[in-house]
Write a protein that binds this ligand. Structure first.
Ligand SMILES: [Mg+2]
Length: 251
């Protein structure tokens, strides 16, 4: 079994603003208004584009046209806003961006039991690596929007090509039956896993409601990473089958 993970809103709560009031949403808003003006900012807010990859945001705001140059500019402004926020400590003593409970334990277990894993994110390598370093976690394998932007069609989630390319580039076997993609967004992450024929682990933190929509075929839902970390612990180093994992959580 191999595991590919989403980053924003799944491992770290980057949507929660930093002590200086900057999260993914705010950084995106600064970048959108600088690149496209204030009218575009209203569209961006109306359409709820904050969980979209940069190229999709550009397509939306650029009359349906993808512009690699504008995407690069948008990304640079977003990163300029956010990079220096990583590691800032808030009044509550928490480091930004906060890690979801159980994530560190889960990742450490994966390393212990040698389950291959990596991150596939619409975010950015530099940001992800610095966040892992600040939290004292081992450097992960990452396939981000930076890598996707170099592919011919600049694929975005839920295009399954992205998952296949990420696996290929990161040396993770692309065997959908033995591959689990875990993320917080049913449409983007669930769609990605579903379109690729992989398992989908839907991270739905406590309190969030399960909408009455059809889920991808091989979906399991969990509300706390500690559940997955415990499962790895109970298996005591034995690799577990993804089908077993799915059956435990299927609703
Ligand atoms: Mg996410």
């Amino acid at each position: 079994m191999s595991i590919i993970l989403d980053f924003d809103g799944s491992l770290f709560n980057t949507f929660l603003p930093s002590p200086n009031g900057i999260g993914v949403k705010e950084a995106y808003e600064v970048a959108v208004s600088q690149c496209f003006g204030s009218k575009a900012l209203s569209i961006y807010r109306e359409k709820g584009l904050q969980n979209r990859g940069p190229s999709e945001v550009v397509r939306w705001l650029n009359g349906g046209q993808l512009s690699v140059e504008l995407t690069k500019e948008l990304v640079q402004i977003k990163l300029d806003c956010m990079m220096s926020e990583i590691g800032k400590i808030g009044k509550d003593g928490r480091i930004w961006p906060p890690i979801f409970p159980g994530v560190a334990e889960f990742l450490n277990r994966l390393n212990e039991v040698q389950v291959p894993w990596a991150i596939l994110s619409s975010g950015h390598r530099e940001f992800i690596l610095k966040t892992f370093a600040v939290w004292g976690l081992l450097e992960p394998k990452v396939f981000s929007d930076d890598e996707a932007s170099r592919l011919p069609e600049y694929p975005v989630k839920p295009n399954p090509v992205l998952l296949e390319m990420a696996c290929q580039e990161l040396g993770i076997p692309f065997e959908p039956n033995e591959l689990v993609y875990i993320g917080d967004d049913l449409v983007k992450d669930g769609g990605l896993a579903g379109n690729a024929g992989a398992h989908f682990g839907w991270f739905l933190p406590k309190g969030a409601k399960v909408p009455k929509v059809e889920l991808p075929a091989k979906t399991f839902i969990f509300e706390d990473w500690r559940i997955l970390a415990d499962l790895l612990k109970r298996n005591n180093g034995e690799p577990f089958e993804s089908a077993h994992l799915a059956s435990l959580f299927r609703k």
